[in-house]
Design a protein around this ligand. Structure first.
Ligand SMILES: Nc1ncnc2c1ncn2[C@@H]1O[C@H](COP(=O)(O)OP(=O)(O)OP(=O)(O)O)[C@@H](O)[C@H]1O
Length: 211
C-alpha cells in the first residue's frame, strides 16, 4: 500500500483566544479528493491555509510526501498548487503574461502552448491581452483557477473553487478535477456546492460540528 501524500495529525489553530480548529486529523492519498465542508466561519479556509504553509498551525503537524512543514513550507511550493479567493494579480501584466510567468517559473517545457490551451479550456482566451482589473469577477476567478492548472502539481488546494462560475464553468471544473484525480493528483477543496462535492469528492471532512 502506498503512503498517503498528505498527513494531517492533531491540527489545532487559534486566532488569539479564538480556537478555530481542534484535533483535526486526516490523510489524503494521491488520486483522491477530500471535500472540506461546514458552515460559514467554521475554519475551512484556515485549514486549507495550514495545508499550504500560508498559516502556521498552533499545534499538530502537516506532512506532505514525508516532509513535515517547519517554519515555512518553501520546499513544497513546487508540488502544491493553490487557489484562494484573495489572489493578487500584477496590475500591469496581462492575463496571458501572468500564466506565462507561472508556467516558466515552474519549468513547464512548452509554456506558450500550455498557456494557450489553458486559456481556451477556461474560456478566457479572448481576454489574453487584458489586464486583470478589466475582467469580470467570474473571468477573474477563471484566471485564478488557470494559475493552478498552468503548472505541474501533485496536490491541489482549492478554496470554494466553484464560486462565481456559471453552469458551464462549474461543469468544466468538475471534469478538470476528475481528470487531475485520474492523473494521480491529490485534491483538497472547501466547497458549499453539493453538486461539485458529489461529482469530485472521494471523502468528506466536516469542520465545526453538524450543519
Ligand atoms: N486572520 C484572522 N484573524 C482572526 N480571526 C480570523 C482570521 N481569519 C479567520 N478568522 C476567524 O476564524 C474563523 C474561521 O474563518 P475561516 O475563514 O477559516 O472560515 P470558513 O469556514 O472558511 O468560512 P466561509 O465558509 O465563510 O468561507 C472565523 O470566525 C473568522 O472570523
Amino acid at each position: 500500500m502506498t503512503a498517503p501524500l498528505l498527513v494531517v495529525d492533531g491540527l489545532r489553530h487559534a486566532y488569539g483566544a479564538h480556537t478555530v480548529l481542534d484535533a483535526v486529523s486526516f490523510t489524503v492519498n494521491a488520486g483522491t479528493a477530500l471535500a472540506v465542508v461546514g458552515r460559514n466561519g467554521t475554519g475551512k479556509s484556515t485549514l486549507l491555509r495550514c495545508l499550504t504553509g500560508a498559516e502556521k498551525p498552533t499545534g499538530g503537524t502537516v506532512t506532505f510526501d514525508g516532509t513535515t512543514y517547519e517554519e515555512t513550507a518553501a520546499d513544497i511550493r513546487r508540488d502544491v498548487a493553490t487557489v484562494f479567493d484573495d489572489i493578487d494579480f500584477f496590475p500591469d501584466l496581462t492575463v496571458a503574461e501572468h500564466l506565462d510567468l507561472l508556467a516558466r517559473a515552474h519549468g513547464v517545457p512548452d509554456p506558450e502552448e500550455v498557456v494557450e490551451d489553458t486559456l481556451h479550456e477556461l474560456g478566457i482566451a479572448g481576454t489574453n491581452r487584458q489586464f486583470p482589473s478589466t475582467l469580470s469577477s467570474g473571468q477573474r476567478h477563471r484566471l485564478a483557477l488557470a494559475t493552478a492548472f498552468v503548472r505541474p502539481r501533485r496536490l491541489l488546494v482549492l478554496d470554494e473553487p466553484e464560486q462565481r462560475l456559471d453552469v458551464e464553468g462549474r461543469q468544466w471544473l468538475a471534469e478538470k478535477l476528475r481528470s487531475d484525480l485520474a492523473a494521480g493528483v491529490a485534491v483538497v477543496f472547501a466547497s458549499h456546492s453539493p453538486d461539485l462535492i458529489e461529482a469530485v469528492a472521494t471523502d468528506t471532512l466536516r469542520v465545526g460540528g453538524d450543519a
